[in-house]
Design a binder for this molecule. Structure first.
Ligand code: ZN
Length: 282
């Protein structure tokens, strides 16, 4: 995969369709690219909001202008969360301070079950509705164990959160699981969506190709890692140095997380094992 989030810039707000407006979270960075996308969804006066960004000061006026420009609002039907990473849920208090208390719906994180910001629980298959928009929650663990994607039935559009990004690839952190992640990608592929609205980067107009690329990319990395182990390139930094030749050094930490995720998957499949930091084929 050659595209990258580095240097990508996006408008502060963009009307994607009659029912979807994206508002940029104003939190650019190494892991967020141009920033986290937040979405206003629906055609009526009480739209849904999908993800809230990180809560940075610069977001408030941009969000207020987007609400003003796109449609009159009497507040939100609900805030729905893809997952509880800080660059997605960190803006809840800010939205509440702008619009008053709003319902916040999210999947319960198994290790953080009592999030005081959540007022309601979503599980796989739940439907959240407002005028002009029907969002169906799809449990998609892998990047995060509490990750939900949302399928917008009226547009066959998929909000993929951090599972599929508009550029580059996603990180599989400690809370993630690569086998789950691949299963989640295959589940999304089967939905045959027409457009993907990701949490970072631009909308994806060819979802099938993008998801297939993501799956192929992980399969390629697995083959590269197996080749390293065959040649006794055994620890994570050495594997990163060998196979991530095309990324800046600053991203090697993230690459290391991905390699570790692959190795753990291979360990669970009893293909690889480790002795301290040294990995080997079984
Ligand atoms: Zn995330």
């Amino acid at each position: 995969m050659t595209d990258s989030m580095l240097g990508l810039s996006l408008p502060d707000a963009l009307v994607q369709s009659e029912r979807v407006t994206v508002v940029l979270g104003q939190n650019p960075g190494m892991f967020t690219g141009p920033g986290t996308n937040t979405y206003i969804v629906g055609t009526g006066s009480r739209p849904l909001m999908l993800d809230t960004g990180q809560g940075v000061d610069a977001y408030a006026p941009v969000f207020a202008a987007a609400v003003r420009d796109t449609r009159p609002t009497e507040g939100l039907q609900a805030i729905v969360m893809t997952h509880d990473h800080p660059d997605h849920i960190g803006g809840v208090e800010q939205i509440q301070s702008l619009l008053g208390t709003q319902p916040v719906l999210k999947m319960t994180h198994p290790r953080r079950p009592d999030d005081p910001r959540a007022t309601g629980v979503l599980v796989d298959g739940d439907v959240v509705e407002t005028d002009g928009a029907t969002l169906r929650a799809i449990w998609t663990p892998g990047h995060a164990s509490d990750h939900l994607c949302f399928y917008l039935e009226e547009e066959r559009a998929l909000f993929t959160g951090d599972v599929v990004l508009g550029a580059g690839t996603t990180v599989i952190p400690d809370d993630g699981d690569l086998a789950d992640y691949l299963a989640s990608l295959r589940r999304l592929l089967a939905l045959d969506a027409q457009v993907i609205y990701p949490a970072h980067g631009p909308a994806i107009r060819d979802p099938k190709r993008k998801i297939e690329e993501y799956i192929a990319h992980r399969e390629l990395r697995e083959q590269q890692i197996l080749a390293c182990l065959r040649e006794a390139v055994a620890d994570v930094p050495a594997i990163v140095a060998r196979i991530y030749v095309d990324i800046p050094e600053a991203l090697h930490f993230a690459a290391g997380m991905s390699v570790t995720a692959h190795l753990r998957k291979l360990e669970r499949e009893e293909i690889a094992g480790c002795d301290g930091d040294a990995w080997f084929l079984r």
